[in-house]
Design a protein around this ligand. Structure first.
Ligand code: PLP
Length: 403
């Protein structure tokens, strides 16, 4: 049985004054709409903004180039520095993550790159400590050293001994791609000491996990996945303190990985149903995981809580097991490749977190560029469970596995 499963996020201990996540998901970032005489979120497509004087424009420029927010009532100057529609989405996501601020990007990888540059190149501390496994793109970005970083991969209990004088950032993902390994964030933070810890929170979403409440400096999302939730918008976002946001924004302004305002609108709209989607998808995932566990063609099911809770995080750090799972087929690569292409309700495609179910082969696709020894087993498939009925998804798997 699952150690923890399908809990609603509604009832967990929140600060008295703070609204429940379900309420925030619908209302955050919309506080001023009534005063503006609006009901739906407005979209501002301006690339440039009128100036009242050279002096006030220059002051706004100085503020934003050094990482500050657009001056209240002043000009936003230029869309690579600031966009009000993006800022609304950032405000909403920050509230869901119990963060002071958030900085949004054109993709999850743009967000990861900006965090790396802000805490390594910009500080002179070029060493990054990364706890494997990680998303394939993040792993490859670090392994390639493309951004001038030097990486050490370490186990979750070996952070302190792997730190260097010049370690600028610790990166961890939980649940991690693709086998849903869980990491205890508080333990990583304690081991990291003064070095900021970035948690990739894409799989958990703010509905199930808030890394900042466990001491992490930053919670990063590929917004392309659950936050958007419909497979039709790319984005990335980092929730953090205003001090850290001030370090990250200049990198976004200089490297240009901005989020388009229409994408920000779509992501912000997606937040309203995030909690409903994640809770429903999680319920279905738990049923599918338990069914798969009984199937003779499946050697292993990877789903948080199915095999106990070695990291000791379910219920406390992570409020549910999520809607991602992985399976290792007894028949190895051939059986996995065949299954991926024989399902009808699961689309054979990379990505995750949308309303429809997806299945993909990590070793051959998302984790193709990861070093051989750290690459997932060739018999593993990763499933992203959508909003279809559990019975129909199970019937699809049963038919394809029998073939
Ligand atoms: C997809 C993904 C990323 C990268 O995000 P993009 O939006 O594709 O750039 C990073 N981390 C995780 C866990 C992901 O699933």
């Amino acid at each position: 049985m699952l150690a923890f499963n399908s809990a609603s996020s509604n009832n967990r201990g929140m600060h008295e004054a703070k609204k429940a996540l379900d309420t925030l998901a619908v209302h955050a970032g919309r506080e001023d709409l009534t005063d503006l005489g609006l009901h739906a979120l407005p979209i501002d497509l301006s690339t440039t903004y009128p100036l009242t004087s050279v002096e006030s424009g220059g002051e706004a420029y100085d503020t934003m180039a050094s990482g500050g927010r657009a001056p209240e009532g002043g000009t936003a100057l230029y869309a690579r520095l600031w966009n009000p529609t993006v800022a609304r989405f950032e405000s909403a996501l920050a509230q869901l993550e119990h963060a002071e601020s958030a900085v949004a990007f054109g993709s999850g990888m743009a967000a990861a790159s900006a965090a790396l540059l802000a805490f390594t190149a910009a500080t002179g501390n070029r060493h990054v400590l990364a706890v494997r496994p990680l998303y394939g793109g993040t792993d490859h970005l670090l392994a390639s050293g493309l951004l001038g970083t030097e990486v050490t991969y370490c186990a979750a209990d070996a952070v302190t001994e792997s730190l260097r004088q010049d370690t600028g950032l610790v990166i961890v993902e939980t649940p991690a791609n693709p086998t849903l390994d869980l990491v205890n964030i508080r333990s990583i933070v304690d081991q990291a000491g003064d070095v900021p810890v970035l948690v990739d929170n894409t799989f958990a979403t703010p509905v199930l996990q808030n890394p900042l409440l466990h001491g992490a400096a930053m919670s990063m999302h590929s917004a392309t996945k659950y936050l958007g939730g419909h497979g039709d918008v790319m984005g990335g976002v980092i929730a953090c303190s205003e001090q850290h946001a001030t370090m990250i924004r200049p990198v976004r302004a200089l490297t240009g990985g901005v989020l388009h305002p229409v994408a920000a609108y779509t992501l912000h709209r997606g937040l309203a149903t995030l909690s409903v989607r994640v809770n429903a998808q999680q319920r279905t995932a738990a049923r599918v995981a338990e069914w798969l566990q009984e199937h003779p063609a499946i050697a292993t099911v990877f789903y948080p809580g199915l095999d106990g809770d070695p990291a000791g995080v379910l219920g406390e750090q992570m409020h549910g097991s999520g809607a991602m799972l992985a399976i290792r087929l007894a028949g190895g690569y051939d059986a996995a490749a065949k299954l991926a292409s024989s399902l009808t309700l699961f689309t054979h495609a990379v990505s995750l977190g949308g309303v429809d179910s997806l299945i993909e082969h990590p070793a051959g696709l998302t984790h193709r560029l990861v070093d051989g020894d750290a690459r997932p087993d060739a018999g593993v498939l990763r499933l992203s469970i959508g909003l279809e009925s559990a019975d129909d998804l199970i019937a699809d798997l049963e038919r394809a596995l029998a073939a």
